[in-house]
Design a protein around this ligand. Structure first.
Ligand SMILES: *Cc1c(COP(=O)(O)O)cnc(C)c1O
Length: 437
């Protein structure tokens, strides 16, 4: 047994980074081990048949469950100490009442949507969203009888409200608005507070995928969102060595989502949960370092003659976008998209093939820096005209900045940009004054 069932609120003055080494775990219940063991067990012994009966009655909702206590341990598809400690700690970063951890970000998103969208209800979503989420919303949910409609990321509240009113008028009301902000790879920001208000006016839930900025720089629940989801594969895991996801929100919503998790079997495994516990101890250090590196790298890219445009929340020039940023984000994160000047796919590939320290790979949020080509990789299944409409050009490159020394990253980018040749530098001319979004 662990420190399960503590049920206390976190001490008010202590910050998440101070509690990541201890919260939700009591060493005296695990032979004094300072660190939580990996509970590699599928099932748990009851102390008596009566206890087994009581645990099942709680799990099946036949007896009232005290929400302040964890449920009795039965079987690892329902609950496991590593998952519970992890959920308790994740709650702290987002200021959530409850959370559920999943075998992937897509498991978190698909399980939450299946649990929370009623048949006949419409899901409105901001495009672009993550490719897997896009496929779920565009194909799988409609196959199951749920309708979905899109709007452009960055749309204002009036536009979303009008869409909701039209849907209500047509007899298929909007039941959920799904956002990803900043959008990937365009970095377009959507106003969470304004959209959540519209959702609530129409009796719909607002769900935010907060993977790109993470809980250090954006806390959607505090802005009125009902549920926040993450690919924990990215910044929360942070080492590119595991796949996991999480959903956080009110106890009531998370209980509904957990019922689906139990029946669909989309829970996280104890070993990955333990790895994530280890990752969370250094989350603030890693994410802060990557953000500082990204600010330096983005500023350097913005003045480079072979770079024509940098998309980074720390370099916004559009006034409306900057207002959203200042209201809802406390940092720009560490993901940068940029366009190579006077370049197409061929030149972009030459650049990607020339990086040495930086790895050519998809994914983001790890300790190592990664570059990729959205048009032919992460966003390859977006039709070309749509790609262009949202700003995914053949010269666009996405860079996830890691925790290396920033000068080494800049030197690597510099030599890779130099591989594009002098002719291009000449064609690009002198750097424009302003290169932000
Ligand atoms: C990676 C990612 C996902 C999917 O997460 P997996 O852990 O790969 O299933 C969802 N949303 C965003 C924004 C992502 O970057």
């Amino acid at each position: 047994m662990t420190g399960r069932g503590s049920g206390k609120s976190p001490p008010g003055r202590q910050r998440p980074e101070s509690l990541m080494m201890s919260w939700g775990y009591r060493p005296e219940l695990s032979e004094g081990a300072v660190k939580p063991p990996v509970f590699l067990t599928s099932t748990f012994a009851f102390r008596s048949a009566e206890e087994g009966k009581a645990f099942f009655a709680e799990a099946y909702g036949l007896a009232p469950h005290d929400p302040k206590r964890h449920m009795g341990l039965i079987y690892s598809r329902l609950n496991n100490p590593d998952l519970e400690i992890l959920e308790d700690r994740l709650n702290l970063w987002d200021g959530a009442e409850a959370s559920a951890v999943f075998s992937s970000g897509m498991a978190a998103i698909s399980t939450s949507l299946l649990a929370l969208v009623p048949l006949g209800g419409v899901v409105l979503f901001a495009r672009p969203v993550y490719g897997g989420t896009d496929y779920l919303l565009e194909h799988l949910l409609p196959d199951l009888g749920m309708s979905t409609r899109e709007f452009a990321a960055g749309a204002d509240a009036a536009t979303v409200d009008e869409l909701c009113r039209r849907l209500a008028g047509s007899g298929s009301p909007c039941k959920m608005i799904f956002l990803e902000t900043p959008a990937n790879p365009t970095m377009t920001l959507t106003d969470i507070e304004a959209v959540a208000e519209v959702a609530h006016r129409h009796d719909a839930l607002c769900v935010v995928d907060n993977t790109l900025l993470g809980p250090l720089y954006q806390q959607p629940l505090g802005l009125g969102a009902d549920l926040v989801v993450y690919s924990a594969t990215k910044y929360l895991g942070g080492h590119s060595d595991l796949v996991a996801g999480t959903a956080l929100g009110s106890r009531e919503l998370i209980e509904r989502v957990k019922l689906y998790r139990t029946i669909l079997g989309t829970m996280l495994d104890p070993h990955s949960a333990w790895l994530l516990l280890r990752s969370l101890e250094t989350a603030k250090l890693r994410i802060t370092c990557a953000r500082k590196n990204a600010q330096r790298v983005a500023a350097w890219l913005a003045q480079h003659p072979r770079v024509s445009r940098v998309r980074f929340p720390g370099l916004l020039t559009d006034a409306a976008q900057r207002r959203i940023y200042e209201r809802q984000c406390s940092g720009p994160g560490a993901l940068i998209s940029f366009e190579l000047a006077d370049a197409g796919e061929k030149e972009a590939f030459r650049f990607l093939n020339s990086v040495r320290l930086i790895k050519l790979a998809v994914s983001l949020g790890g300790t190592e820096s990664l570059v990729e080509h959205p048009a032919t990789m992460t966003h390859a299944d977006v039709p070309v005209d749509e790609q262009r409409a949202i700003g995914i050009t053949p010269s666009l490159v996405r860079l996830s900045v890691g925790i290396e020394h920033p000068q080494d990253l800049i030197d690597d980018l510099d030599q890779a940009l130099a591989c594009l040749g002098d002719r291009q530098a000449a064609a690009a001319g002198p750097p424009p004054v302003n290169r932000g979004v």
